[in-house]
Design a protein around this ligand. Structure first.
Ligand code: AGV
Ligand code: CA
Length: 311
């Protein structure tokens, strides 16, 4: 039986590529999709999501808009990426958008979808957890219908990826955007699989990966990967604040293939205030999370590229 997945994302290049790959996984059935305007602007991210489903999916889905707001907003330059994906000719060839916008905001759409699905749902979140935190406040009964949460977020290292005024640099962005939301989900009894920076640091966008996709661009789906990853800066000599990693794509690949990574359980808490807000730290009386801390890089890139060839 196919695994039922509800996907909430925030419209970055790797979020949108994740949506594409989920549509190509044989063992996965997407039950719902929603978009939160964190690392994106909502309108282009909604259009891009609907067009990706039109082009690469089999219909039957709508896409819900989140009305959640940031504690700490993303930089504008990064949020612009959704406009570039939305404008790709490959997504605009048909000249129309068929997949509808859902008539409820994301957190209510999540509740409805989870309750309407007979089996337990796996939640895949590749942006902040705000919509899940709000759904849990609104309808705590969904907890028992959630199989687990797979989240791209956090790190247990000193170095996070937030480089902002008044912050000490220890947080990962998806936690930092809304630290209270993460703390709310930590308070629940949902099983959490965390794809943290420990593993995503091992999958930077590099020139050899781009060259591989260029060589195999005769496959429509591989060409789509190449076009998407032409929009964001690769790791060349050293990592900068804007260097792109395949954060969310690794998280999505983990849902489809557990053998790519190593996992370790850590008891942890989330800092919600002060210069370390958004930091996840190990703590004996914290709650357990399953942390993905290592990945077979080559197997990961092979897996995602082969999936793309199915398009
Ligand atoms: O912290 C990683 C998260 C992922 O969900 N996002 C990007 C991925 O979608 C935020 C982010 C951190 N650094 C970035 C980010 C960068 N250099 N460009 C764009 N987004
Ligand atoms: Ca994201």
């Amino acid at each position: 039986m196919k695994e039922k997945i509800y996907f909430n994302h925030d419209g970055g290049v790797d979020d949108l590529v994740s949506l594409f790959l989920l549509l190509k996984m044989d063992a996965v059935e997407l039950t719902g999709v929603s978009v939160i305007p964190a690392d994106c602007y909502l309108e282009p991210a909604m259009f891009a999501s609907r067009k990706i489903i039109d082009r690469f999916g089999n219909g039957g889905l709508d896409v819900a808009e989140s009305n959640s707001r940031a504690k700490n907003p993303f930089p504008k330059d990064w949020r612009m990426h959704a406009f570039y994906v939305d404008a790709l000719p490959i997504l605009n060839e048909s000249g129309r958008v068929v997949t509808p916008v859902a008539d409820k905001p994301a957190h209510l759409h999540l509740i409805d979808t989870v309750l309407a699905t007979e089996e337990k749902t796996t939640l895949l979140f590749t942006g902040p957890l705000t919509d899940l935190a709000r759904a849990l406040d609104e309808a705590p009964e969904i907890e028992e219908k959630i199989k687990r949460l797979v989240w791209m977020g956090g790190t247990f290292r000193e170095a996070g990826n937030v480089h902002e005024p008044e912050h000490d640099g220890t947080a990962e962005w998806n936690v930092f955007w809304d630290p209270e939301a993460a703390a709310r989900v930590w308070d629940s009894s949902i099983e959490i699989d965390l794809v943290a920076l420990e593993s995503t640091n091992q999958v930077p966008l590099t020139l050899d990966v781009r060259e591989r996709w260029a060589k195999e661009r005769k496959y429509l789906g591989v060409d789509f990967l190449g076009q998407c990853y032409a929009m964001v800066p690769p790791l060349v000599h050293f990592s900068t604040n804007s260097t792109y990693y395949l954060w969310d794509v690794l998280t999505t690949a983990f849902v489809g293939n557990h053998d790519l990574v190593k996992v370790q359980t850590i008891n942890s808490i989330v800092h919600t205030d002060g210069p370390s807000q958004g930091r996840t730290v190990e703590s004996a009386d914290g709650r357990p999370v399953n942390v993905v801390y290592d990945v077979n890089r080559d197997a990961f890139f092979d897996y995602m590229t082969e999936l793309a060839k199915k398009a």
